[in-house]
Design a protein around this ligand. Structure first.
Ligand SMILES: C[S@@+](CC[C@H](N)C(=O)[O-])C[C@H]1O[C@@H](n2cnc3c(N)ncnc32)[C@H](O)[C@@H]1O
Length: 259
């Protein structure tokens, strides 16, 4: 949740932030099981669909997608070091013929319109505003193509102040499930289906490894008051989730550009 507002912090904050985040299996909630479920909603995809993974981070879901669908995957993120890490992993895994990685802003990737059968984006479309992102995806998909994405949504009124403050910093326009469904419809997509990520998808590949990494770095930075304060700040997010996850959710949406 901290990825967007983190840009306002000092270079040292950013350095420690990425030291925590970049080594995690994923940089947001999600799981292979959820990816498979969302993919199951994309009925009628070509046998080897052309896939674009927007805001791919270091590629946690990109590699899962490569296991779940045949076909070429282009993974893009605006954060150069994440893409460099992904490129190294692609080579290590021998997947250079399946996956390409690109550094760039999803709002302006200079890709030919109508060139993808499936656009995937976990926890990233909100970065440029959901409505704008939906417009970008609509243009990049061929008619009949699918968009599968996750987005944070409110699910209970009157969140505690720390929850509200956290999301106000990172995602001030965060809405409710119905708001996203309306945005999808207004953007000339058909909503095919949606489901809420289970709590396990927050912990297994994200918050549990994050807490382990923070604990390791507390050792590395023992005596460094600033670094420890950054780690304390980063540790608040999983702690908040432990206490207040009933106020918000990550929803997986699958939509289709009509033929
Ligand atoms: C919460 S992380 C999710 C990463 C990955 N999809 C995952 O679930 O592990 C959001 C990602 O979106 C990327 N991002 C933010 N704004 C972007 C933009 N305008 N264009 C491309 N990527 C962007 C960030 O660099 C970050 O890697």
């Amino acid at each position: 949740m901290m990825a967007a507002f983190m840009t306002e912090f000092s270079p040292r904050f950013r350095e420690i932030f990425f030291e925590v985040y970049l080594g995690l299996p994923r940089q947001g909630p999600g799981s292979r099981t959820c990816a498979a479920r969302a993919l199951g909603l994309c009925r009628g995809l070509p046998e080897a669909p052309a896939v674009l993974d927007l805001g791919c981070g270091t590629g946690g879901q990109t590699f899962q997608l490569a296991e779940l669908v045949p076909g070429p995957i282009l993974a893009g993120d605006k954060h150069g070091p994440s893409i460099e890490r992904l490129q190294r992993a692609i080579i290590q895994k021998g997947l250079s013929r399946r996956i390409s990685a690109l550094t760039g802003d999803m709002a302006d990737l200079h890709l030919p319109p109508g060139s993808f059968d499936l656009i995937w984006s976990e926890g990233a479309l909100y970065s440029i505003g959901l409505k704008k992102a939906l417009k970008v995806c609509h243009a990049l998909l061929r008619p009949g193509g699918f968009l599968a994405f996750t987005d944070a949504v409110w699910r209970k009124e009157n969140p505690p102040p720390e929850v509200k403050a956290g999301f106000d910093l990172d995602y001030p326009d965060m809405g409710w499930l119905d708001d996203d469904a309306a945005a999808i419809k207004d953007s000339r997509f058909q909503l095919v289906g949606h489901f809420t990520l289970p709590d396990q998808a927050w912990w297994d590949d994200f918050y549990t490894p994050m807490e382990t990494r923070i604990a390791e770095l507390r050792g590395k930075y023992a005596g460094d008051v600033y670094a420890l304060s950054v780690l304390d700040r980063l540790a608040e997010e999983p702690e908040m989730h432990r206490s207040y996850s009933d106020f918000y959710a990550y929803e997986f949406f699958v939509a289709r550009r009509p033929c």
